[in-house]
Design a protein around this ligand. Structure first.
Ligand SMILES: Cc1cc2nc3c(=O)[nH]c(=O)nc-3n(C[C@H](O)[C@H](O)[C@H](O)COP(=O)(O)OP(=O)(O)OC[C@H]3O[C@@H](n4cnc5c(N)ncnc54)[C@H](O)[C@@H]3O)c2cc1C
Length: 437
């Protein structure tokens, strides 16, 4: 529990608070929607907590500027993804944010807490939000306010990302709040393709290799016709009966004709690559009705607490990581009599990588199951890192586990930047193993 909570409304207020904290050497943890699932680090001890500032940015939620010619929208960092998307949709526009839970996640939290991940409703086509962030306004740890991108020319608007030197917007993507507080974000605008179609086929449970082969062939298509492409299967103690591997896709278009054309391309690629057991799988309709309408609302009944290990894998390593993880989970959870369940496993196309998800659920009232679930969660993260995967949603625990594997030269480099920007180490000091003591 942080001792001090502040809810600033303007960049100037943020700057004043940061200056004061810097003078008094009080740690600040910026907070958006608080939905990070890597664990938040306030302090090391309860005593220290009382001297930690939680800076809640959710009152900074204005949409500041839409420029349909330059294709940009600038917002305050505390606006939620749902609010932004809803307001843009009314104008037939779209930005890549997160798939879920968009009602809580803020734009500042997306740019700071997800290493370029996200993707919004068009998850797979975006894959990675990194390129769609154009610029930020940020309050540095000494209280100075800077803007990146084309705003490095004080006369210019924010219309481009790389300008007059290195890409400093990138410094604020996935930084988890260690380099300052982001107060404004400019994102790339798109027109919203309002026509939608879904499709999917099933492969035998034993036939994961063929299913992934078809998935890979779809993902390699140069036109990238899919807004979402996933391969969904069972997990240990699955709440679903033993299911097949379902290859699922969603397409968007600006006309029904475009949607039909894209769906046809999908069927042809699948037919040429690996014949499925079943076309138009029933499970696709369940998916469409349930988890895809309410992304991440997949908790088995009465087992609401979840822990999601979600590695981002190189596509040529995905199969190995999925198989090894399922084996690990089966072994670890075998004797737990269903106290920890899995809603299944999923591989999502994520640009040129695969985003793999293994949801684990337990009851909040079962502390032993919680410990076990967290232990398995950590083992899966370790296994995936060992096999060359990376993690997008960062924070305390995942961040520290990843940082433990940084090459020493890289860690020195990161610490050098951190030290020069934040000599008093006040901004989110206890993540990425940055504190040397
Ligand atoms: C159920 C669930 C499903 C999810 N699904 C997806 C998904 O599909 N795609 C995806 O990309 N992500 C997903 N996420 C992850 C989520 O998008 C990220 O954790 C995101 O960073 C959370 O944003 P937030 O506003 O809640 O930030 P918080 O959790 O409050 O903060 C995250 C980190 O960013 C820092 N931070 C927050 N705001 C600022 C700021 N303005 N300036 C500086 N630092 C800041 C915080 O200090 C913290 O380190 C999911 C999370 C949950 C719980």
């Amino acid at each position: 529990m942080p001792g001090i909570i502040v809810k600033p409304v303007t960049t100037d207020e943020v700057s004043q608070i940061v200056k004061l904290a810097n003078r008094e050497k009080i740690p600040i943890v910026p907070r958006g929607g608080g939905t990070t699932y890597g664990g938040t680090a306030y302090s090391r001890s309860p005593e220290e907590s009382s001297l930690t500032i939680c800076m809640d940015l959710t009152r900074m939620r204005k949409m500041l500027n839409i420029n349909e010619v330059n294709r940009t929208v600038t917002v305050e960092a505390g606006i939620t993804c749902t609010e932004l998307e809803t307001r843009l949709r009314r104008r037939g526009l779209y930005v890549h944010t997160v798939y879920g839970p968009a009602d809580s996640v803020t734009v500042g939290g997306v740019i700071s807490g997800v290493c370029g991940g996200g993707g919004g409703q068009m998850f797979s086509s975006a894959g990675n939000n990194g390129p769609y962030f154009i610029g930020v306004k940020a309050v540095l740890p000494n209280g100075d306010v800077i803007e990146t991108g084309t705003r490095t020319n004080a006369q210019a608007s924010m219309f481009g990302r790389v300008c007059h030197g290195p890409d400093m917007t990138g410094l604020f993507i996935g930084h988890m709040g260690i380099f300052g507080v982001t107060t404004e974000v400019t994102l790339q605008l798109f027109d919203w393709p309002s026509y939608e179609g879904v499709g999917g086929v099933a492969y035998d449970y034993e036939n994961l290799d063929d299913a992934h082969k078809a998935f890979t062939a779809l993902a390699a298509h140069p036109a990238r016709p899919f807004s979402l492409l996933g391969l969904i299967g069972p997990g240990p103690e699955s709440i679903m009966r033993r299911i097949d591997w379902t290859l699922f896709y969603k397409v968007h278009g600006f006309s029904q004709e475009e949607v039909d054309q894209k769906s046809k391309i999908a069927s042809e690629i699948i037919a040429h690559t690996a014949q499925p057991k079943e076309w138009d799988s029933d499970f696709v309709r369940i998916l469409q009705k349930r988890s895809l309408l309410h992304p991440h609302d997949v908790s088995p009944r009465k087992m609401g607490m979840w822990s999601y290990p979600e590695p981002c894998c190189p596509r040529d390593g995905t199969l190995g990581i999925v198989k090894a993880t399922l084996e690990l989970m089966n072994g670890e959870l075998e004797s737990w009599g269903g106290r920890i369940k899995s809603a299944g496993s999923a591989v999502w196309m994520h640009g040129d990588q695969d985003y793999v998800s293994f949801p684990l659920h337990h009851k909040e009232s079962d502390p032993e199951a919680r410990e076990k679930a967290l232990d398995v969660w950590k083992k899966i993260i370790d296994l995936a890192l060992e096999q060359g995967a990376n993690f997008l949603v960062m924070d305390k625990h995942i961040g520290d586990m990843c940082a433990a594997r940084f090459p020493p030269e890289y860690h020195d480099f990161l610490r050098t930047i951190k030290k020069s920007l934040d000599p008093n180490n006040i901004m989110n000091p206890y993540v990425l193993l940055l504190s040397e003591d």
